[in-house]
Design a protein around this ligand. Sequence first.
Ligand code: GLU
Ligand code: ZN
Length: 321
Amino acid sequence: MSTPRETSVVRHLVGRLAPSPTGLLHLGHAHTFLLAWWHLRSRGGAVLLRVEDLDGPRCRSDWVNAALRDLEWLGCDWDGAWTLQSNGIERLRAAVDELGRRGLTYPCTCSRTDVRAALSAPQQGSVEMRYPGTCLGRYESLAQAEESSGRAAALRFRVPPGKVEIDDGFCGRASFDVQEEIGDFVVARRDHSPAYQLAVVVDDAAQGVTEVHRGQDLLSSTARQQHLRCALGLPEPLFFHLPLVVDGSGRRLAKRCDAVSLAELRERGTDPRAIVAWVARSAALDVPARVSTPEVTPLFRLERIPRAAVRVAPGHASLVT
Ligand code: GLU
Ligand code: ZN
């Protein structure tokens, strides 16, 4: 009797940590990165570190250095050399050009105010404004758009109608109609740099990433990214959108708010094992009050992580003292 071939194929797991150096990392990042790291390492997976620095003026090199130190301090290692997304910008520009050649993008000279004014009714409660397609068919080329409008132009992707189904390894199934909810979205910004939605898709494929772990706030972006993957013929990784860390009033911790940074905790002499233990306990693991990152790896079970967001008190002082 012959053994089915598939049984001998070991699928290599490759995941990534992808911090953006637009501020100092905080406990929300520690939470996502540790869960991702444990999920990958507990199954023998590789962990890549890609610093996503495309957001030009908002990225700073001291924040890149702080992120590297934070990860080392927490006990997360990575395979190979870490990469800076901007070093691969030619690959991203080539993908933008390919979409353009195939007629899948068009220039847009609208400001946020223009988009808001074009909407028939204010979209209450919605974080993002749907782009109503104002510039579709309006210009012949990027250069012509900029010349005739006297403004810098972005490039938008023509989103096909219909729903995108996502089968998330943590959240389960979700479906989004990107054209109806978001409209045609930006793939190259007004300064002509590749936008996040495109960059993440192209780089994950180029780096052989098979699993994407990130916060649940990015679940709806996944649908946009699926459209791009499909248009560019890129393979689809598995997704794990993990619970967010929120403050006392239920708001996601953000760099721009007063979330205590990991750098500050580090400088205050906090024991990183207390943070590791807090993350492990939030993932329903039975660990002592101080534990190292590798010690948690054999205990980790993705399916045990509670679905709800993790709440931290203002200042998070009680957590780490
Ligand atoms: N760099 C993105 C962020 O910090 C995450 C990108 C991703 O995981 O897809 O929000
Ligand atoms: Zn426009």
